[in-house]
Structure formats: structure tokens, C-alpha cells
Design a protein. Structure first.
Length: 66
């Protein structure tokens, strides 16, 4: 899917400099950033879900320990 991404001038310049320093394209850096963001937030969601399940499972014990 194609999309447009509008960056501020300072973001564009920083991204351009980073791409040149890494010998890659701005596009490649943005794709990597999106992949890392999606992986990180998916992991955070899994951790939150597991924590909620454990709190529910051990709620009686947790209340007694207060």
C-alpha cells in the first residue's frame, strides 16, 4: 500500500543525514522504524495481557497480602 508521509523540515534533514551516515535510504530507515515499533508494541500488549490474566488468577491471594 502506498502512502504519503509528511515530515517537518528538521525531521527530513535529520533522516537524510542518518541515511547518508548509514549508507542506506531514508525509506529503509523508516521501514525499520515501523517494524521495530510494531514489534515493541505487540510485545507490550502481550505482557499487559499476561499481567491481567495473572492478577485475575491470583486476585484472592493478592488481596490477602495487602
Amino acid at each position: 500500500m502506498a502512502m504519503n508521509l509528511r515530515l517537518r523540515d528538521d525531521q527530513t534533514e535529520a533522516l537524510k543525514q542518518r541515511a547518508e551516515a548509514e549508507g542506506t535510504s531514508m525509506h529503509a530507515i523508516l521501514l525499520k522504524a515501523v517494524d521495530e515499533y510494531l514489534a515493541r508494541t505487540a510485545h507490550q500488549a502481550m505482557v499487559r495481557k499476561a499481567a491481567k490474566e495473572q492478577v485475575a488468577k491470583w486476585s484472592e491471594l493478592l488481596e490477602r497480602l495487602k
